[in-house]
Design a protein around this ligand. Sequence first.
Ligand SMILES: C[S@@+](CC[C@H](N)C(=O)[O-])C[C@H]1O[C@@H](n2cnc3c(N)ncnc32)[C@H](O)[C@@H]1O
Length: 228
Amino acid sequence: MTVSKNPDDIKNMFNKIATHYDANNNFISLGLHKIIKKKAVKELNIKNNMRVLDECCGTGDISGYLRRRNKYIDITGIDFSEKMIQIARKKYPDITFLEGNCTHLPFLNNSFDIVTMSFGLRNIENYKAAIKESFRVLEDGGQFMHLDFGEKNFISKIFDFIASKLIRLFYGNKIPYEYLVKSKKEFFTPENLIREFESEGFILKKRKDYLFGVISMQIFKKSKTAYC
Ligand SMILES: C[S@@+](CC[C@H](N)C(=O)[O-])C[C@H]1O[C@@H](n2cnc3c(N)ncnc32)[C@H](O)[C@@H]1O
């Protein structure tokens, strides 16, 4: 049976796990998620005064790495879980975090030079609307960075097994490990995901795989002019 991604349920789930979210990520990835997020952000072509949107920002990891990369960019994080946003605001008081749904972004067309989404799309029922919205708010020539689980290979299966055991052992039912593993299993392979983005008009500029492909990052561009 496919995992339910009803937006209210997803929002409630992230509100419930918000206080454990950072610690759990550090624990199940042995801190590797931070290194990967930092590396992924480094792949972006960031210049002073750029307007950057971090979609599904959660507790603000990507927003924080963007800020470390450049003090002179304007960063907005958006997420529909008020509890995740509260934590992001505490961690990064100089970044603007808004509550909102990535399938209906409260921004005008062409408002951002860079849009990022890390471990977000996998949780969105109407993922096509989220891709279309990202395209709409991005400036012509702008960059979209997507990061999430990638290949469903042997290493990925080992990760699922160990992560679910560890989460169950240390967090009991506080973290829905079954959702994590199922949503990961049912998510697009990087190749299929790239096709989804291309069908909405994005052009793939870069792809990097981390941890033997278990995590995959893609940078797309909105238009045909080369930037890298
Ligand atoms: C797995 S967390 C990722 C958080 C952060 N980007 C990271 O890399 O750690 C997924 C986040 O997406 C948010 N989310 C899921 N669907 C959303 C939607 N339709 N609109 C806005 N936020 C959404 C959740 O509330 C949650 O904070």
